[in-house]
Design a protein. Structure first.
Lengths: 329, 499
């Protein structure tokens, strides 16, 4: 039936316009939910809608959002990356090792950390494209490898005593705006441009939407996947460096479980785990929604045990809503 | 409508509306006991909606269904099946990991008691008996996944029979069958009708309708157009009824002279698929490749396009040996390929018409990796107009288009990569006659424009009507190369069956 729907529709008919409007509503469903939650919270607790609190939320959200952007690229191509949490630890430890005061200029730890993340991501991409092992398994493996590497490199101890200039990267403010928020905005714009405006972005959707058709259109599948996993590694490194700088320590145990929050943000944001759909705006909103809800529950003195239950329900609810919408379509 | 007891199924005044649009408008259908009743119409005519209502998948808004003299009000699929209406779906709805017997009796193993003992041995015995009665040679104890599509279909029919079906609906049942399997299916259908079972037969293939149907009902745009005895209906009238306008000539006359040789293959071999294939195509020429399903035609096309690698043999493009290792290589050398598997290899369902059309030529509309939106939109719009792609807008997802329009999107994509050699593999499979005529016209235009076209088709009238020369394949071997004058349905079939 759905294949033929189009032939019944006259472009100017009322029912067609209604259908288009319904699709629009669906597109903005997450935004509406987000605004509704914010509204509800600002009515129930006076502390929610203050500049200070909003700054706190965005700061807390930014690390997760950066990871979520990376994993959104991967999920759109039909893959998954479970190793991003471990990459946060590895890259954080690596950067911290080069960030002691009076050793190297601040660019060195940043560059080395980023390089470590890109290499780690490229390794994921290499194994995924060269073997027939599903990305879930590959990155489950590298997740453990990464955690082990972080412990080896740090000898199991936190790497502290970092230079002030390094600690400014994730903990400072420029013109009163936390650097984390600035990084988040810049990265969001860059990722959106890559996804929506570049040939590479189009190819990501194509590979995830129908791999065989993409191949028959002359798209080199392994190149696209390689780039996507590498990009995800790079963004995880960015998150790892910012986190290390913010807590002024390279923690080998940092980032445990971050991959799940990031994947949750992407999925709440409408990225389909079967690949081929998803937007950066959706992922950003997903991450913000998670942040706002946990902040709100904090303000309302709900214990963190309940918060986890609530978050789980939201994840499932978002996907159920999306699948109901898809069936209607 | 008279309530003649000859009729086992009478539908009248059936109406169904989807969000304000009438998918069925006062449709009627009267099926006699023991007849093959063909239901015809273009895609979107309402055939599948009608069938879904009949088997209880969709409720009707209004109208009446009389089955065996009583009004059919059961709204549930299982009730309708019990009463004696079964449908053989185009995409086989079988459980691959269960055995044939388990599939036949699925849902009826223990008369509804969920926790009673499963007696597989009795089931297998009963299934064996059933299959023997139908003269079908399938072992009921093997897993479904080891069967061919044709065998699965047989099992589905056996399941319908075991449900005591009096009306069996078949939706495009031959779309994945070889000639021989089609013959077996037809024999089975004749056998069923002689026992009084009525068959509602949905198909786009005219030759099947002529061979099988006793009565033909035509729908168009959700409306009932008419019912006629098949013997009184000639092809032209039928097409006019379906399309609502006269299609003058499906196959345009050509005056083009063929030009230089563009592509040739020599001794092309891929083990287990095809051996020693030799042919050449020229500018302004349509080379047909005929043969039965499984003859290796698609495999040859895939190899030329670089999706698979040959084991031996050479390809020459404009006289130069070409080593094509990937689709990228092929596209760069001016080869375009429209796969026979539209859903699998053709389009990306959740990308828009525009994004699909430009997918193979996107770098041409990009600067420094950034897509130039205006330039991209312009070519997409032009291609949509050229190919008369019917979509709500260029931004509509391709998954929501009709089969014919999806096919045009895929062809548009291939044309935009500006190929000089275009391989069309079953380009009109499963699409309606109106869209078919347009694709025929397009092939003609490509030829007039000096392109070389390789046309793979299982539909003989199409193959004969469009091709300047025809290569015939059988079981991976090239059995003939025929000129348009030499080729006829009989001759092509003769070589296609040759071992």
């Amino acid at each position: 039936m759905e294949n033929n729907l189009n032939s019944y529709f006259d472009k100017d008919s009322g029912s067609y316009k209604l259908l288009v409007r319904l699709q629009e509503v669906r597109k903005y469903g997450l935004l509406i939910a987000f605004v509704a939650v914010c509204l509800a919270l600002s009515l129930t607790t006076p502390r929610f809608l203050t500049i200070q609190n909003l700054m706190i939320i965005v700061t807390q959200v930014s690390i997760n959002a950066l990871l979520a952007f990376g994993v959104t690229f991967v999920i759109i191509t039909g893959g998954i990356d479970l190793s991003i949490g471990s990459m946060v630890a590895v890259t954080g430890v690596v950067a911290a090792t080069f960030a002691h005061p009076d050793e190297y200029p601040v660019i060195v730890p940043v560059a080395v950390g980023l390089l470590a993340g890109l290499l780690f991501g490229a390794f994921n991409g290499f194994v995924v494209t060269r073997s027939k092992v599903p990305p879930f398994i590959v990155t489950l493996g590298t997740m453990t490898i990464g955690r082990g590497l972080a412990l080896i490199l740090s000898k199991g101890r936190p790497v502290s005593n970092l230079s002030d200039s390094f600690n400014f990267i994730g903990g400072g403010k420029i013109l009163g705006i936390p650097t984390l928020i600035i990084t988040l905005i810049v990265t969001f714009i860059a990722c959106t441009v890559v996804l929506r405006k570049t040939v590479l972005g189009r190819y990501m959707y194509a590979v995830g939407g129908n791999e065989q058709a993409a191949r028959a259109s002359g798209i080199e599948l392994s190149t696209v996947k390689m780039i996507v996993y590498t990009l995800c590694g790079g963004l995880a490194a960015l998150a790892g460096i910012l986190l290390t700088s913010r807590i002024t320590t390279g923690q080998p145990n940092a980032g445990a479980g971050f991959e799940l929050d990031a994947i949750a943000a992407a999925i709440i944001g409408g990225t389909s785990t079967s690949g081929g759909t998803g937007t950066m705006t959706g992922t950003l909103l997903g991450a913000l929604l998670i942040g706002v809800i946990s902040n709100g529950l904090d303000l309302l003195n709900v214990t963190s045990y309940y918060q986890q239950v609530v978050m789980g329900i939201i994840i499932i609810g978002a996907v159920v809503l999306d699948s109901v919408n898809q069936i209607k379509n | 409508m008279n309530s003649n007891s000859d009729y086992i199924l009478q539908v009248s005044g059936l109406t169904k509306t989807f969000s304000g649009v009438k998918a069925l408008d006062q449709v009627q259908l009267a099926v006699r006991k023991g007849e093959v009743h063909a239901l015809m119409g273009e895609n979107g005519a309402g055939k599948s909606t009608l069938m879904k209502i009949l088997i209880g998948l969709l409720p009707a808004d209004s109208g009446e269904i009389i089955f065996e003299g009583a009004e059919l009000t059961a709204a549930h699929v299982r009730d309708v099946m019990k009463k004696g209406i079964s449908m053989i779906h185009q995409e086989m709805l079988v459980v691959p990991e269960l055995t044939v017997a388990q599939n036949i009796f699925l849902g009826r193993e223990t008369k509804g008691k969920l926790f009673s003992w499963l007696d597989d041995r009795t089931l297998t015995k009963q299934a064996a008996m059933l299959l023997r009665e139908m003269d079908i040679q399938i072992d009921p104890s093997i897993k479904m996944k080891y069967l061919s599509v044709a065998q699965m279909q047989m099992v589905e029919i056996a399941k319908a029979i075991s449900n005591n079906a009096k009306v069996i609906i078949m939706d495009e049942p031959t779309s994945a069958l070889s000639e021989k399997e089609v013959a077996t299916l037809f024999r089975l259908i004749k056998d069923l009708t002689s026992k009084g079972v009525a068959i509602i037969y949905i198909s786009h293939k005219m030759e099947e309708i002529t061979a099988l149907a006793d009565t033909i009902t035509v729908l168009r745009d959700g409306k009932y157009i008419g019912t006629r005895p098949a013997s009184e209906l000639d092809m032209d009238t039928l097409i006019t009824m379906m399309v609502g306008r006269k299609i003058e000539s499906l196959f345009p006359e050509s005056t083009t002279q063929r030009g230089n040789e563009i592509l040739s293959v020599k001794q092309l071999t891929r083990h287990g698929q095809f051996t020693n294939i030799n042919f050449a195509v020229h500018e302004g020429e349509v080379l047909g490749i005929g043969g039965l399903m499984g003859a290796g035609r698609t495999e040859v096309a895939r190899t030329i396009f670089g999706l698979d690698q040959p084991d031996s043999g050479q390809m020459y493009i404009r006289g130069e040996q070409a080593d094509i290792r990937s689709p990228q290589d092929a596209i760069r050398r001016g080869i375009g390929y429209v796969s026979e598997d539209r859903k699998g290899f053709g389009f990306i369902p959740r990308l828009s018409v525009r994004e699909n059309i430009t997918l193979a030529s996107l770098p041409a509309h990009a600067k420094g990796g950034l897509v130039r939106a205006a330039s991209e939109s312009a070519v997409a719009n032009r291609m949509m107009a050229d190919l008369r792609i019917k979509a709500a807008s260029p931004e509509q997802f391709v998954t929501f288009l009709s089969g014919g329009n999806q096919q045009k999107v895929v062809i548009g994509k291939v044309l935009l990569s500006s190929p000089s050699i275009i391989i069309l593999d079953e380009p009109t499979r499963g699409i309606d006659i109106g869209a078919k005529a347009e694709i025929y016209k397009l092939i003609h235009q490509l030829k007039e424009a000096g392109k070389a076209v390789i046309l793979i088709s299982s539909e003989l009238p199409e193959l004969l009507g469009l091709s300047d020369r025809i290569v015939v394949m059988a079981k991976g071997k090239q059995t003939a190369e025929l000129s348009a004058q030499e080729a006829s349905q009989e001759v092509v079939m003769h070589y296609a069956m040759q071992v």
